[in-house]
Design a protein around this ligand. Structure first.
Ligand SMILES: Cc1ncc(C[n+]2csc(CCOP(=O)(O)OP(=O)(O)O)c2C)c(N)n1
Ligand SMILES: [Mg+2]
Length: 577
């Protein structure tokens, strides 16, 4: 079995169904073998898309998604997407091609120090050097990706190992020609030995280890009991659930059911959005800072006290703070919990919800306060949605999109103000139906995330919401959607600018230089790639176009809606640093 075959077999054994790639001479055998044994190879138009797609697969299935990129520029192009996955604690596997073993460091094409490059970007990396390493290194890579605090891993595999040993032997001999003297004979002897060592294992079949999915943590029953006791006596409790609580994808349904009956007011962030469905009475979207300031007990499951929580300052000084995180460092970041629990937040919540059930009537005063905050938030949205703007009103557009979502629709957000606005208006209806970059805040995740989501959930509508700026990173992937029959619904909130940046820059510095774009005809661009393009430039068109686009995508065609939107002050003053 050559290296390409071995890699493909390990991937299939690990449960990998899709392989995302942009081709290159260093990786061809992996692609061909993967296809041959039934893994769907999805070739994209730029490497970050491949990695973002793998990231989405990881998040939605709990099984590491896999991207394969060619040596050198293929690998360096993947860097931002890998870093984004690391910050989002998403367990993907990136396989990079590499120059032939005997040519490494000798001026070979695209030969750089890839392992050194990834040192601070992945949680684990390794370079394959002999065929005997392939299986153990890949198996370790998958284990490393999903254990502890999950994250991306990188494996580099030299091109000569991927082909049949006989062919490689011939290449090396051909390269050196007929030996004319002792020196050349010595080189040939060295190369022959080198090839023998490379293929020392040449296995006919593979023995593959059982695969791990996201590794569970044991539940700390004492901590659960202590948390339960505190929660029972709290009068103003609030809970924030972050992305990490959704890592155990296999138990997300159970978590949703149990939390729904737990009766503790909750704010959902990141991948946790949608966990309680579209309209749970104890789920709040607005007034989070105020709630955290006034609460007497704050439980934060699966996110650190970073910029999103005012570096810990958002939580009132007197509140009893229970924190649960897989990472001991994140758990203590900026503010030490009164009850710190190192462990899997989802598993902890499952145990906790089995122990206590809060009585709503005891919390009624507190719930009234939170509901008033919620009401205020909704009134603000209604007021801004009713305002006259040039073209379509972005808030009305978001409300209409929310109205056409189905119970299984997946939403992907990639952009600045438009997407931030959408995040307050759209209600993801089910667990794991909202994807955004996470704390790294990388623009350009959209096409890859939508690609991964549509493959994993072919029966669901996948709504890709873009800012016009962000769309520039991924528009060419409409071509990928078309080639691979993936009818994603793309909506560009086209405000002719990098508005989230322009907004503050203009006010503080008096100049929007570098932050202005044009009202481009993105729908025509989509048509040129054989996706179906639609234009919205007035409120009156919104519902009709959304309906048509949704139907068209269900007929199997990728669609792109170029929604020209006007300016609004809804996001005025919001800033994240
Ligand atoms: C890769 C990357 N480059 C730059 C930024 C900085 N940035 C954050 S929001 C934003 C503006 C996004 O513009 P657009 O997608 O059009 O959304 P809008 O704010 O206009 O709705 C920029 C440039 C970033 N987050 N990521
Ligand atoms: Mg914009």
């Amino acid at each position: 079995m050559n290296g390409g075959e071995q890699i493909a077999r390990v991937l299939r054994h690990q449960g990998v169904k899709f392989l995302f790639t942009l081709c290159g001479g260093h990786i061809s055998p992996i692609l061909v073998e993967a296809k041959r044994i039934g893994i769907r190879v999805i070739d994209v138009r730029q490497e970050p898309t491949a990695v973002f797609a793998a990231d989405a697969v990881s998040r939605l299935t709990g099984i590491p998604g896999v991207a394969v990129v060619t040596a050198g520029p293929g690998v360096t192009n993947a860097v931002t997407a890998v870093k984004n996955a690391q910050m989002a604690q998403s367990p993907l596997v990136l396989i990079g091609g590499a120059p032939a073993t005997a040519l490494k460091g000798r001026g070979a094409l695209q030969d750089i120090d890839q392992i050194g490059l990834f040192k601070t970007l992945v949680k684990w990396s390794a370079a394959v050097r002999r065929d005997c390493d392939i299986v153990p290194i890949l198996e370790e890579a998958f284990d490393a990706a999903v254990s502890g605090v999950p994250g991306p891993v990188f494996v580099e595999c030299p091109v000569d190992l991927l082909y049949d040993p006989e062919l490689v032997r011939q290449w090396y001999v051909k390269e050196t020609g007929r030996p004319r003297n002792i020196r050349e004979r010595a080189i040939q002897w060295y190369l022959r030995r080198h090839v023998d060592k490379l293929f020392a294992c040449s296995p006919k079949s593979l023995e593959l280890a059982a695969k791990e999915s996201i590794v569970p943590f044991a539940v700390d029953t004492d901590a659960v009991a202590a948390a339960a006791a505190r929660i029972r006596t709290a009068t103003k409790p609030v809970m924030i659930i972050g992305s990490q609580a959704l890592l155990r994808v296999d138990r997300v349904g159970e978590l949703a059911r149990k939390l729904a009956g737990f009766n503790m007011p909750v704010y959902l962030t990141g991948m946790a959005r949608g966990l309680l469905g579209g309209g749970h009475p104890l789920q709040f979207k607005h007034g989070r800072s105020k709630a955290l300031k006034e609460a007497d007990l704050v439980l934060i499951a699966g996110m650190p006290c970073d910029f999103r929580l005012g570096y810990g300052k958002s939580i009132g000084k007197k509140a009893f703070y229970i924190g649960i995180n897989r990472s001991a460092a994140d758990l203590k970041k900026n503010r030490k919990p009164n009850l710190p629990v190192v462990g899997d937040p989802g598993t902890f919540l499952l145990a906790l919800t089995g122990q206590v059930r809060l009585e709503q009537h005891r919390l009624s005063e507190w719930l009234d306060r939170l509901r008033a905050g919620e009401q205020q938030g909704e009134e603000k949205i209604a007021a801004f949605a009713a305002a006259d703007t040039q073209y379509a009103n972005p808030l009305s557009l978001c409300r209409s999109i929310d109205a056409v979502l189905d119970n299984n629709s997946v939403i992907v957000g990639d952009g600045g103000d438009f997407v931030a606005t959408a995040s307050y208006i759209l209600n993801p209806r089910a667990p794991l139906s909202w994807l955004d970059p996470g704390v790294y805040g990388t623009l350009g995740v959209g096409a890859g995330f939508a690609l991964g989501a549509k493959l994993v959930r072919p029966e669901a509508d996948v709504w890709l919401l873009y800012g016009d700026g962000a769309s520039g990173y991924g528009l060419i992937e409409q071509d990928t959607f078309v080639r691979h029959n993936l009818p994603v619904i793309t909506v560009i909130g086209n405000d002719a600018g990098w508005t989230q940046i322009a907004r503050d820059q203009s006010v503080i510095l008096g100049d929007d230089v570098g932050a202005v774009l044009r009202y481009n005809r993105y729908h025509e661009l989509a048509e040129s790639l054989d996706a179906r393009g639609y234009l919205i430039n007035h409120n009156a068109h919104i519902d009709e176009v959304l309906g048509q686009a949704k139907q068209k995508s269900r007929d199997g065609r990728p669609v792109l809606i170029n929604a020209m939107i006007g300016a609004t002050d809804y996001r005025k003053g919001s800033i994240s640093m």
